[in-house]
Design a binder for this molecule. Structure first.
Ligand code: GSN
Length: 224
């Protein structure tokens, strides 16, 4: 029997959350080891478990995978969520990378000096509504999924991103009805519906404890 997938990261969303989403949609069970101290991080380093001294790290199929995109690609390929041919994969990758750029901006907010947060939020709102969401709104016109009429990792990332955006900007999808309908359809998929219930492995929005833990694990001080 294949060993269980183990995720090594903080007890928070960050770069691991898209991996949790994708494993959930692929209906793969996973365990998590939460990093909460610098010693734990040092131990992973001395064990040679982190190729570039960074997390996320995922133990899967006898490997210790790092680099978020590499991990997502492996899961997407393995569970048939990566399109049927090269051209579909190119589309999926373009959508995914755009979503990743947008989600990274939101992800960095808790690490932003308080005086700069409002300006950053305004920039994210503008980029979301003028650059990113129009693309998805058009792609979803008359289409159930983004690529090839079939669920892919890009759909999963769009759902994750859409929920992150709504947490920050209530009503942002009023001008994007196709994307809002897509969100509704996706949240009714059984695995996703379960993931959205309280008590699932989905993480909440980052708080001060999360930020403090990340800083402690990496021994860094924020210039706040
Ligand atoms: O996408 C990736 O997995 C890598 N290109 C970046 C991973 C990364 O930056 N990981 C951070 C923690 S998660 N937050 O951003 C990390 O391990 N930083 C420690 C370090 O020494 O770089």
């Amino acid at each position: 029997m294949a060993e269980k997938v183990v995720l090594h990261y903080f007890n928070g969303r960050g770069k691991m959350e898209s991996i949790r989403w994708l494993l959930t949609v692929a209906e793969v069970e996973f365990d998590e080891v939460y990093l909460s101290s610098h010693d734990q991080y040092e131990k992973l380093l001395s064990d040679g478990a982190l190729m570039f001294q960074q997390v996320p790290m995922v133990e899967i199929d006898g490997m210790k995978l790092v680099q978020t995109r590499a991990i997502l690609n492996y899961i997407a390929e393995k569970y048939n969520l990566n399109g049927k041919d090269l051209k579909e994969r190119a589309m999926i990758n373009m959508y995914s990378e755009g979503l990743r750029d947008l989600m990274e901006m939101i992800m960095m907010l808790p690490f932003t000096p308080p005086a700069d947060v409002k300006k950053k939020l305004d920039t994210i709102h503008t980029k979301a509504t003028e650059r990113y969401l129009p693309v998805f709104e058009k792609a979803l016109s008359g289409q159930i999924y983004l690529v090839g009429g079939k669920l892919s990792c890009a759909d999963v990332e769009l759902l994750e991103c859409s929920l992150m955006l709504e947490e920050k900007f209530v009503g942002i999808f009023a001008q994007f009805p196709n994307t809002k309908s897509f969100q509704g359809r996706m949240t009714r998929l059984p695995a996703i519906s379960r993931f959205l219930q309280p008590g699932s492995k989905r993480k909440s929005q980052p708080d001060e404890v999360y930020v403090k833990t990340v800083m402690e694990v990496f021994n860094v001080k924020l210039p706040l």
